[in-house]
Design a protein. Sequence first.
Length: 307
Amino acid sequence: MKNSLAPIVIFTYRRLINKIIKSLLDNELAKNSELYIFSDGSKDEKDLEDVTETRKYLQTIEGFKNINIIESRNNKGLANSIVDGVSEVLNKYGKVIVLEDDLIVSKDFLEYMNNALNFYENNKNIWSISGYGPKLPCLEKYNDDLYLSVRGSSWGWATWKDRWDTIDWEVKDFDKLKQDKNLQNKFNLGGNDMYKMLELQMLGKIDSWAIRWCYSQFKYNQYTVYPKKSKIINDGFTDNKGTHNSGVNNCLSVELDNTNINFKDLAVNSEIIKCFQEFHNLSIKTRVGYFLKKYGGYRLVKKLLNI
């Protein structure tokens, strides 16, 4: 299993995934890779046309070893789709590469992901592999190709079944975290939005698989491997087809890197941990958004601002 290629899983809803498919097919390993596509059902008649068009396109995809298309009759939402879909594929293969429909990958993305999964599989301190790498100022003088972070990324990632199976999706110990400021501060080493997002999740204000995934990583004191130069770009901020992304976010913009990665055992770099935290810390505007989501008025204010 270690040297076999990991299956690729794509989750989609209303968006045509022609861009991500094209970029994957530019990878030499695509033709030998299993592809799974989970297509979520429409919420209402308004979304039905987009979902139908997306599913028609899915039937035209070729170029992979096998293509498995799983269409949901109902709208499960992104969180449930990912939890169920990733679990299903991991139970069969033991490892997985996961993508959402608004991403574009580098020409060596599959090589990078598979090599990383093989290299770090037996290092139980590693929680996941990230394809996306943010543009951190502290990396300009950093010589290695990879580094460790206490926070995972949902923009193109990979993991193994034994890590995924440890996640408590109900977050049964949230009350302990809620009452412990020191624990919250440690969790927020990944960015001061971490605890706020988990709190909103537990209040039912958001529906996020990723923050629960990140919390489990924190609980088990594990790390995500990031590339210094990104193998992923997000192309979904402006098409109004996404569930969560809207509007251009320049700080998240990166250039796609196609150079080979030199793999090595990594040590935690405190300067990068701090730099990564500062990169993800909330702006005043976003803090206000979290406050409004928690106490009410978020949708009204957003509507007024759009007007």
